[in-house]
Design a protein around this ligand. Structure first.
Ligand SMILES: *Cc1c(COP(=O)(O)O)cnc(C)c1O
Length: 472
């Protein structure tokens, strides 16, 4: 299957090429030429099947023969063996027709592991087959960096440099990035904000000589392989709740729009989904866009759900591409307006299409804390603040449509955000056994100035892709 850019000015490429490239050279995002479909019988057959089996059926059509069946199956087994729950992503009931899909049983306690564990293995394998090395540079507000480091540590073909804002991530998040003793992992505390780190990363990707010298590769949520891996749990959870015979709705705590986009793609593949509900904290650009049709960037507020403190939701471009009838010129025009003036208006017909599948809601800090407290009192379940944002928005929507099962996506383990959980409940969740000594482990990181030249030299001096080129 061929992949094309949402901006229409990059050549079509294969799955493996899209996997290794991340962003398209025209600034667009890769999407499949045509969305594969699963029959109703195939989806009905997912009930009671192990996660890995469903994953194979859902993801294989996108790979288009990049991997043999046996090989892919073994890769999936290895990726999801790292999860602490047999079901990989189990479902917990917390109210009438209200469920939490627990996506946080992976090694770094956030849903990013679901995709990253597979992505690391797919990339390593693709690079080995091409006898190539890559340098991954990532910017993180916490969860993506930890998940990437865990997925790529010790791999032969890849060096990983993660930029995080110095002093602005939680202790658990920082330690997950700085205590991994592997020679190919480099945690960089940047003297700046997350936005500075992301801007620097984008400047590296725009620098063609540097990009080629490093074999630069991206693992943030615009990488299409990540979105594909995230489709699987929409199918497994719907199967538990009676799908495809019964429609299900999902509420997704949203930042960069990658997770909920996976739900939309599951629907396009044939999964009967009633509504996909975008849940945001006070950084509510998406909720405002759905309500008014105007996508307008405002300042970022720091909240207790920091992984959703985002201004521009990159993956929204993939939804727009579809809603604009896959017209790349129309996407380019809107993105140019966003660059120039920080806002654009979604054309009427596109907005109506989006509203047919999506709804949205936002919560403030007090509502988030109250929701953590409520679920603790009613169910003795501790929610992390990101999950609580989703549960709060899910309840409001369930009130309008009580007959449709509502799944709120649980994106982080409560032990990852102990301060917010303790403030709301007076309790804290213990770290799982494999992280119990996290605070005794030795930390290793470099503090670098917010200066692209300095960071680039640091990376060039350590990336094996560079050394090899110089060796001939
Ligand atoms: C990344 C993240 C999100 C947001 O997911 P997107 O795919 O960026 O919308 C929500 N919650 C947690 C805990 C995260 O780490």
């Amino acid at each position: 299957m061929a992949y094309l850019s949402t901006r229409g000015e990059a050549p079509e490429i294969s799955f493996t090429e899209a996997l290794l490239a991340g962003l398209a050279p025209d600034g667009g995002l890769y999407v499949p030429h045509k969305m594969p479909r699963l029959s109703r019988d195939a989806i009905a057959g997912f009930a009671g099947k192990p996660y890995v089996e469903v994953a194979e059926a859902v993801i294989s059509p996108f790979l288009d023969g990049a991997l043999g069946r046996e090989d892919f199956r073994a890769m999936l087994e290895a990726a999801y063996e790292t999860f602490r729950h047999k079901a990989v992503t189990p479902l917990a009931q917390i109210g009438d027709n209200l469920f939490v899909l627990e996506l946080f049983h992976g090694p770094t306690l956030a849903f990013k592991d679901v995709a990253m564990q597979l992505l690391g293995r797919l990339m390593d394998r693709a690079l080995k087959a091409r006898n190539k090395r890559a340098t991954i540079v990532g910017a993180t507000s916490g969860d993506t960096g930890a998940a990437a480091i865990e997925a790529f540590r010790g791999l032969d073909q890849v060096d990983v440099f993660i930029l995080y804002p110095h002093g602005r991530v939680s202790d658990v998040q920082r330690r997950q990035m700085t205590t991994v003793a592997a020679g190919n992992i480099h945690a960089i505390a940047l003297e700046g904000t997350f936005d500075d780190a992301q801007a620097m990363l984008k400047s590296f990707f725009r620098d063609k000589p540097l990009r080629e010298e490093l074999g630069l590769s991206g693992v943030n949520s615009i990488n299409f392989a990540r979105v594909v891996a995230q489709m699987v749990y929409y199918f497994t959870s719907a199967a538990v709740l009676g799908g495809p015979l019964r429609k299900v709705s999902f509420t997704v705590p949203t930042g960069n729009f990658g997770d909920i986009l996976a739900g939309f793609m599951a629907k396009q593949m044939g999964l009967p989904v009633e509504k996909l509900i975008v849940a945001t904290n006070s950084n509510d650009i998406l909720a405002r866009a759905l309500a008014t049709g105007r996508y307008e960037v405002r300042g970022v507020h720091a909240t207790q759900s920091p992984s959703m403190d985002i201004q521009v939701s990159s993956n929204f471009e993939r939804l727009l591409f579809d809603a604009l009838d896959r017209d790349p010129a129309a996407v380019r025009a809107l993105m140019a307006r966003l660059d120039q003036s920080g806002a654009f208006d979604i054309p009427r017909h596109a907005l109506e299409k989006i509203r047919a599948d999506f709804a949205a809601g936002s919560t403030d800090e007090a509502e988030t804390s109250a929701e953590i407290g409520r679920v603790w009192r009613e169910c003795e379940v501790l929610l992390d603040p990101h999950t609580a944002v989703a549960v709060h928005v899910a309840r409001k929507n369930l009130a309008h449509d009580p007959a449709t099962p509502m799944v709120a996506l649980g994106t982080a383990h409560p032990a990852k955000f102990p301060d917010a959980v303790r403030a709301a409940t007076g309790r804290s969740a213990p770290l799982p056994a494999h992280l119990a000594d996290l605070f005794e482990r030795k930390e290793r990181f470099d503090v670098l100035p917010n200066d692209a030249g300095a960071v680039a030299s640091f990376i060039r001096a350590r990336a094996r892709a560079v050394t090899e080129k110089h060796d001939g």
